[in-house]
Design a protein around this ligand. Structure first.
Ligand SMILES: Nc1nc2c(ncn2[C@@H]2O[C@H](COP(=O)(O)OP(=O)(O)OP(=O)(O)O)[C@@H](O)[C@H]2O)c(=O)[nH]1
Ligand SMILES: [Mg+2]
Length: 438
């Protein structure tokens, strides 16, 4: 199987001889899409590997000391991976032979921190085109962890077309073929539909060394190699299937995300406009009402006493001028209270932070727009009743309304959602780059 002639069977088809999209560009594309769909980062990494069209990958998985590394060595016909009777493989090890990348993974459950498991999972889910699920015959039934993983792998094979071959290792450690058959039946019952291939790496090794063809044959290794050849032939179609599946799913997820963001933008813009229209209407009504009140009051007055200056002898006297100025101040305060009540109801509480002073009592929008007091008829009239004054109030209060916390928050939310939409559009075109073929 591994002589040069047979090696051709393991070369990945180089249909994409000149790929116009470089691996770096695909890496960028993956980052762009992951930024929008962080939950699909693993699928994107897998999609990138498929698009990069590297060597086909065979990975082993199973508990420690179940003979994974020995199995790979016998399949390869060389001592490529370290073997030991204690926990040996602690990192992902690989060997490329005849266009196939062989991945040896640490045993499952071998270290408490589960770092080994993480590496084994990386081999299984990211890299592997074909998984060799290894279980030592003498252990009998699968434990709960092995069973759950095998079930998951079989389900994934259905979905992604990646193949899983179940290998019963160390077959020489079981008394006879009858016992082996009993174990196989038990394993098949545990995971419905599994077909177990028994092998003995020790027998194969001895058979090779002693030139014993029967022992080599009985080791099950040649039969497993033949199965792997067939499985490797199917990898190109499986990769195409998987790439289509993943890119379709990711496209749908991006489309859904886009639709959700577009709907959110729509509702935020509507809310922003509705709020503003209600504010504009309400502000106009309250200022119009204040203007009518002020005008009615001013029109009812006779001689203008406000403009008569107080003399020194009037210092402690209650003059007509003083009384009228107080009257005007009260009318002004009433208008202020009405407007302030309206503003507070719309979330306009205080000045934006950059306009605030250390004197907190004057950090109010009312004072910024209307000042503190009005004493003269003409000022009050100008402020509320004349078109320019009226317009100034509308413009200035609206300005502070748009700077209020709730309004700036909604405006910022709109900016963020627009940015999110741009990011989804970039991700959608990045997806095209990622799956582009020449
Ligand atoms: N009798 C017998 N022993 C085997 C066989 N295959 C492997 N062994 C022995 O089982 C022990 C573990 O083998 P490894 O191949 O290192 O097992 P592993 O699953 O890679 O172990 P980790 O790397 O620790 O996860 C070693 O002592 C091997 O010599 C076999 O077919 N028969
Ligand atoms: Mg090992």
């Amino acid at each position: 199987m591994f002589d040069d002639a047979a090696a051709c069977a393991f070369m990945p088809p180089s249909a994409w001889e000149e790929t116009p999209v470089s691996s770096e560009l695909r890496g960028l594309a993956v980052r762009e899409i992951s930024a929008v769909l962080p939950g699909r980062a693993d699928d994107l990494a897998r999609l990138q590997l498929i698009a990069d069209d590297g060597a086909h990958v065979i990975a082993v998985v199973g508990k420690y000391n179940h003979g994974k590394s020995s199995l790979l060595n016998e399949l390869l016909g060389q001592q490529a991976f370290a073997v030991s009777d204690k926990r040996e493989t602690v990192a992902l090890a690989h060997r490329v032979e005849h266009g196939v990348r062989w991945l040896d993974a640490p045993g499952l459950d071998a270290d408490v921190a589960s770092e080994d498991d993480r590496r084994a999972f990386e081999a299984l889910w990211l890299h592997a085109d074909i998984r060799l699920f290894v279980h030592a015959a003498k252990e009998g039934e699968l434990d709960a962890r092995e069973r759950a993983l095998l079930t998951e792998l079989l389900a994934d094979s259905e979905r992604s077309a990646r193949q899983t071959l179940c290998v019963l290792t160390q077959a020489d450690q079981v008394e006879d073929d009858g016992e082996l058959a009993t174990i196989r039946t038990a394993l098949q019952a545990q995971c419905d539909g599994t077909v177990w291939h028994d092998v003995s790496s020790t027998r194969h090794c001895k058979g090779q060394e002693g030139g014993k063809a029967l022992l080599v044959e009985r080791s099950g290794i040649p039969a497993l190699r033949a199965l792997l050849e067939t499985a490797l032939d199917q990898v190109p179609q499986a990769r195409t299937h998987e790439a289509t599946l993943l890119s379709d799913e990711i496209r749908v997820a991006l489309d859904e995300h886009r639709a959700a963001q577009a709907a959110l933008l729509d509702s935020l813009c509507t809310k922003q406009q509705t709020q503003r229209a209600a504010f504009d209407r309400g502000l106009k009504a309250v200022i119009d009402k204040s203007a009518v009140d002020v005008e009615t009051m001013l029109d009812a007055l006779g001689t203008d006493h406000t403009i008569v200056p107080d003399t020194a002898k009037d210092r402690y006297a209650s003059t007509a001028g003083k009384r009228e100025r107080a009257h005007i101040q009260i009318a002004y305060s009433r208008a202020c209270i009405a407007i302030d009540g309206f503003l507070v109801g719309h979330g306009v509480m205080e000045l934006p932070s950059e306009q605030r002073t250390t004197a907190s009592s004057i950090n109010s929008v009312m004072i910024a727009v209307l000042g503190i007091s009005v004493k003269f008829r003409k000022d009050l009239r100008q402020m509320f009743c004349e078109a320019a004054g009226h317009e100034r109030l509308l413009t200035n209060f609206t300005h502070y309304y748009e700077l209020s916390a709730a309004r700036t928050a909604i405006a910022q939310h709109i900016v963020d959602v627009r940015a999110a939409l741009t990011a989804v559009d970039s991700a959608l075109s990045a997806l095209k780059t990622l799956v582009a073929r020449p």
